[in-house]
Design a protein around this ligand. Structure first.
Ligand SMILES: [Zn+2]
Ligand SMILES: [Zn+2]
Length: 317
């Protein structure tokens, strides 16, 4: 990162660069897609999903780009459902289809609740088994992978400690991914201020921090905001693990984000193109998916969210 870019663009550019690291990691194939259905069956399913996209278009807004947003500085082409299929994406296999969530460190009650609900949401979103592991202590972090920064005098842990030292050793054979959540602030390299999270897709592991998900305006943690941010980041990054690219057509959970306000603006769901990708990749009936997601929000007493998913289910039935 050049200091010039920081001087020119200020903190926004800095955050953009940081997010790039968590979102453009090379997606080397950890496994090959082993189709279990014949080609005509796959093509028929793809064609059927392609037709369903239109029915839910009205629930999504076209992408708008404001100053400082992800697409204000990143040039991206996006990816249609059809392009995704043609890209031969990395998919879960019968042997590797469980998403493991690993809390590391200590959490307050709201953070713990956000992690538990995020695990549940991932299950409904991708129709994959999700296992929430018991808490794990941070362990002895080597001195060159920890530092203190002046701002809030906070302790930071280098992402590499999790991605190289801790997580690969504990990756189960049946894991599609192992995602760690921590409350420690993270940094990827000495020259960077912080990072929200980072993943190495070849190793199928990632780490995300909840540290900055509270509301900086009030200094308090709003439980709803914390949950939405935690699950948006987790669902987005898991989408990348299954080769999904950033979305540029709609305001979508799979669109890149540059700052938390942009994350907050995104819906809690995938746009029609990305809905079709998930339904195809996971062989997940999109009506069942919308109903499962509606049920999740009903349990949280988030009636508006539940209603939107019910309406989408009805629209594509
Ligand atoms: Zn991304
Ligand atoms: Zn999308």
């Amino acid at each position: 990162m050049s200091s010039l870019s920081i001087k020119l663009f200020g903190p926004v550019a800095l955050i953009a660069l940081l997010h790039v690291s968590s979102c453009t990691t090379t997606n080397q194939r950890p496994e090959v897609n082993a189709p279990t259905k014949s080609q005509p069956q796959l093509e028929e399913r793809a064609a059927s999903l392609s037709r369903k996209k239109e029915a839910v278009e009205k629930f999504f807004s076209p992408m708008t780009v404001r100053e400082g947003d992800w697409l204000d500085s990143q040039k991206e082409a996006g990816e249609t459902f059809e392009q995704y299929i043609a890209s031969d994406p990395t998919l879960p296999t019968p042997q590797r289809r469980t998403i493991y969530i690993q809390p590391i460190g200590t959490f307050d009650q709201k953070q713990r609740q956000a992690i538990r609900l995020t695990a549940e949401y991932i299950g409904a979103f991708y129709d994959l088994p999700v296992k929430l592991n018991a808490d794990r202590a941070l362990g002895n972090v080597p001195a060159d992978k920890t530092r203190r920064i002046a701002y809030r005098n906070n302790l930071q842990i280098r992402t590499n400690y999790f991605l190289a030292d801790v997580l690969p050793k504990m990756l189960p054979d049946d894991a599609a991914a192992l995602v760690a959540f921590t409350n420690y602030d993270l940094y990827p390299e000495e020259t960077w201020a912080f990072v929200f999270g980072q993943a190495t897709f070849s190793e199928r592991v990632g780490v995300w921090s909840l540290y900055r998900f509270g509301d900086p305006a009030t200094g308090k943690t709003d439980a709803k905001l914390l949950l939405d941010r935690t699950l948006k980041v987790a669902v987005h990054e898991i989408g990348h693990m299954f080769s999904m690219k950033h979305c540029v057509k709609y305001e979508c959970l799979m669109s890149g984000t540059n700052h938390l306000a942009e994350t907050d603006r995104r819906p809690l769901d995938n746009c029609p193109e990305c809905m079709a990708k998930v339904a195809w990749a996971m062989n997940y009936d999109p009506v069942s998916r919308y109903l499962d997601l509606a049920a999740f929000w009903e349990k949280q007493a988030r009636v508006d969210e539940a209603r939107k998913f019910l309406e989408k289910a009805k629209a594509i039935e």
